[in-house]
Structures are given as structure tokens and as C-alpha cells.
Ligand binder design. Structure first.
Ligand SMILES: Cc1cc2nc3c(=O)[nH]c(=O)nc-3n(C[C@H](O)[C@H](O)[C@H](O)COP(=O)(O)OP(=O)(O)OC[C@H]3O[C@@H](n4cnc5c(N)ncnc54)[C@H](O)[C@@H]3O)c2cc1C
Length: 412
């Protein structure tokens, strides 16, 4: 039987997963990637001065990323992720200092969370009531409702919103509560908090280039995928394959198709800091409340790095202009000093990484008209679906074999 040829456009997680599964299913696959390396937004850069790989931005995940975990198992990379033993969100604010939202494992996870919220400093029975109401109202969210409107509806106390719900919303949806869609937030909460195993946070314990991209690229080679780097596909007509898979975020897909519809995205700025002296952080992933910096990651501890320099990374859901970098650096350093009650040594090196279009926002994305042999699996998260994450990319890549098979059967 003639082997069908499939072109996959885009070598991020979605495209690599699609290419892998198509090749495993017996298709002859060409994977086209515009950049000089695979990985897309899960990328690392090599810093010559430091002689090390650095992720554009640290990526976290939760145990509910079942698709990602299955993929990591298939590419023998499960050990490249480390996990919390039980869900803990380590938080800090100016008035209360450090405190944890910790779901103890002796209760079912949803009750454990209610209890954990109650035990946060400054919380009372109102937090318990709001958490129970939140759980009871998860299933019937209106498409257009925002997370903020949902919180107003259940009369969530301001403290609970600030300490927990806003942190989770920004963390999982990369969008503020006043515009983030409640239906997707509810889906994420329901998935993540369905068991203790799902609720745990995990992180890559080596740079993404080694922990995720290299094992995927090795597997692609092993199953015979032809990878074409530095190959930007400009027109669909340039590809003469039996099927074409577009694994591009919606704005890049529109650019390729010559469409001008605006796609809403959200930026992330990562401020990488390297210190010659040890800066002791109480937690590896530290949520910061009421500050410009939203998260402070101890990358050296996450990666169990043997480098003599300590690498910290401040994460902000925003795109800051280059002109502001000096002021912002001074601001985040002063925030860390206030948090740790120390005077920081001068960082040996600082690097701002701005990802202007870090994630495509959850919206009512309209399907584009495509020829019947072209399949769009790119990032365009619909309301009620998962937000733009590694998990969404993996699941989009996984579904492609079914789509391509079906279309061939129809045409046969
Ligand atoms: C700083 C940052 C932090 C993040 N943190 C997290 C996190 O903690 N947890 C989490 O789950 N997710 C996180 N994400 C989101 C996650 O990285 C993305 O959702 C996911 O990697 C998207 O993968 P993708 O394959 O869909 O798209 P991409 O990774 O964008 O891949 C698309 C690829 O297509 C290529 N391309 C574009 N146009 C063409 C063309 N015409 N021809 C050929 N190739 C083309 C691009 O170069 C790119 O490599 C983060 C993202 C960023 C930027």
C-alpha cells in the first residue's frame, strides 16, 4: 500500500507530538520548523558566558497533565520532571510574611483545599463557605462570564481571591481574573483538584532543551520523521503532501494563511538573575502577593544545578518595554530584599526574556476555512477547554492521527 505523506508545520510541542504519532501510525512525515531548533515556546538558549543552557522561562505543570505524562513516559523522559509530595502553594505578602496553602493528604483533595484555605492567616469561616460554593457552582458557568464575575456571584472574600484564586488564575491561565473566562477556570480547577495526584505541582529538573526537546527529537529520529529546521512555510501551496497539519499558534497560522483577524495573546516577562553568593530562599517556587514580581523561582534548586552561581527567576505576566528594564530590575530586587529581609548582593548577571505572545488567550476562536487535506491543531483555546499550556499542545498533537485517518478513509 502506498505510504501517505504528511507535512507538519511547526516544531513546538504540538507539532513534535503530532509528527511522532503520525510516524508511529505509518505515515511518512516531514516536520517543518522555522527556527534553527525544535521546541517552540518550550525553548532554552545557550549562554556562552555562563556556559549553561537557560530556559526562556521555567515551565511548571500539575499532575492532571495526563497527556504530557504519557508522552514523557513514551519518550523515556519521566525522570526529567520532579514533583511535590503533596500540593503546596508557598506564598508571601508584606504584612503576613511567608505562609503555605497546603492540602493535607488525609482528607479528600477538595475538602483538604477548603480546610487549607481556612487555615491561611487572616481567613475565617467565610473562606470555607466560598470554597464550598465554588465547588458547587463549577459545572454551570456561562461562556461569557469572567472569573471575577464568578467570584462576585459566590461572594468570595477579597482575601481568598487575593491569596488563592487570583494566584491560580494567573498561574494556569496567564490572564487576570477580570477578563479570564470562568468556564475554562472551572474546568482546570475540576481537573486539577479531582485527586491529590492531579493537584501536585511538577517542574522540569533540567533545562527544557534537555528534559523535553532532546528526548522528543531523538524519538522523532528513531521513528523516521524528516525534520527540516530553518524552514519557514510561507504558503500552503508550497507543500505537495497528502495531508498538512498546522501546529502553529493561531496568530502564526493566520500569518501563514494571509488572514488578518486579531488573536488576543498575553505576554510573560522572565527576569533571570545570577548571584555569586548564595541567596537562601525558603521555597523553590515562591508566590509573591501585592508585588510587581508574581513568582520567584529558585532555578538552581529546581535543576539541582552544580554551577557555582545561583540562578533565580522572577516571573511577571506582562510585556515590559526595554526602556523600563533598569527600573524594573531595581523594583524586583527591592521586593526580594523586603521578602527575605536581607540586602542582596549585586547580581553577577541579569537577563530579561520578554515573550510578547507567550500564550493565546481562551476566547471564542472561529474555525478558519481550510482545504480538506489541511488540519489545524494549533493553539487557539476555546472557552471551556484547557488554556494554552504544554498539556493543550500535547493533546492537540495526539488527536491528529484520528483526524488524518478519518479524512483518508472518507476520500478512499
Ligand atoms: C515564558 C513562557 C512560560 C510558560 N510557562 C508555562 C508553564 O509553566 N506551563 C505550561 O503548561 N505552559 C507554559 N507556557 C505555554 C507553553 O509553552 C505553550 O503553550 C506550548 O509550548 C505551545 O506549544 P505549541 O507547539 O502549540 O506552539 P509553539 O511552541 O509556539 O510552536 C510553534 C512552532 O511553529 C514555528 N513556526 C511558526 N510559523 C512557522 C512557519 N510558517 N513555518 C514553520 N514553522 C513555523 C515556531 O517557530 C514554533 O517553533 C509558557 C510559555 C512561555 C512563552
Amino acid at each position: 500500500m502506498e505510504v501517505k505523506r504528511v507535512a507538519v508545520v511547526g516544531g513546538g510541542v504540538a507539532g513534535m507530538t503530532a509528527a511522532l504519532r503520525l510516524a508511529e501510525a505509518g505515515y511518512a512525515v516531514d516536520l517543518f520548523e522555522a527556527a534553527p531548533a525544535l521546541g517552540g515556546r518550550t525553548k532554552s538558549f545557550y549562554d556562552e558566558e555562563l556556559n549553561e543552557w537557560v530556559d526562556n522561562g521555567p515551565h511548571a505543570m500539575v499532575g492532571a497533565y495526563h497527556g504530557t505524562l504519557k508522552l514523557l513516559a513514551d519518550i523515556e523522559a519521566l525522570n526529567n520532571v520532579s514533583w511535590q509530595s503533596s500540593l503546596t502553594l508557598s506564598l508571601w505578602d508584606k504584612t503576613r510574611g511567608f505562609f503555605d496553602l497546603k492540602a493535607s493528604s488525609w482528607l479528600p483533595v477538595n475538602l483538604a483545599l477548603v480546610w487549607a484555605a481556612y487555615r491561611l492567616p487572616g481567613h475565617d469561616i467565610r473562606s470555607i463557605k466560598a470554597m464550598l460554593k465554588l465547588a458547587m457552582t463549577m459545572t454551570n458557568r456561562d461562556d461569557q462570564q469572567t472569573v471575577q464575575q464568578w467570584m462576585d456571584e459566590i461572594k468570595a472574600p477579597k482575601r481568598l481571591v487575593e491569596d488563592m484564586l487570583n494566584v491560580l488564575c494567573l498561574g494556569v491561565m496567564n490572564e487576570a481574573m477580570n477578563t479570564a473566562k470562568a468556564k475554562t477556570f472551572a474546568r482546570v480547577l475540576a481537573l486539577s483538584f479531582s485527586s491529590h495526584r492531579n493537584a501536585k505541582m511538577g517542574w522540569f529538573n533540567q533545562p527544557l532543551s534537555q528534559s523535553l526537546v532532546a528526548p522528543l527529537a531523538d524519538k522523532l529520529r528513531a521513528v523516521g520523521v524528516n525534520v527540516e529546521l530553518r524552514h519557514s512555510v510561507r504558503k500552503l501551496d508550497d507543500l505537495n503532501h497528502d495531508a498538512v497539519v498546522l501546529a502553529l499558534p493561531a496568530f502564526a497560522r493566520n500569518r501563514l494563511l494571509g488572514l488578518h483577524d486579531e488573536i488576543e495573546t498575553q505576554a510573560i516577562t522572565n527576569i533571570h538573575l545570577w548571584f555569586e553568593e548564595k541567596v537562601v530562599l525558603p521555597n523553590m517556587m515562591q508566590g509573591m502577593l501585592g508585588t510587581y514580581g508574581q513568582w520567584l523561582f529558585d532555578v538552581s534548586a529546581m535543576m539541582k544545578s552544580e554551577s557555582e552561581l545561583q540562578h533565580l527567576c522572577v516571573i511577571v505576566s506582562a510585556d515590559e518595554s526595554e526602556q523600563l528594564q533598569k527600573e524594573l530590575l531595581a523594583l524586583v530586587l527591592s521586593e526580594i530584599e523586603m521578602m527575605l529581609s536581607i540586602t542582596l548582593p549585586k547580581p553577577k548577571k541579569v537577563r530579561f526574556v520578554r515573550e510578547k505572545r507567550a500564550t493565546v488567550l481562551v476566547r471564542e476562536h472561529t474555525d478558519v476555512d481550510l482545504p480538506s487535506h489541511v488540519f489545524d491543531i494549533g493553539e487557539a483555546p476555546q472557552i471551556g477547554e484547557l488554556p494554552a499550556t504544554i498539556e493543550l499542545a500535547v493533546l492537540s498533537g495526539e488527536k491528529v492521527v484520528g483526524l488524518v485517518h478519518l479524512s483518508h478513509e472518507k476520500r478512499a
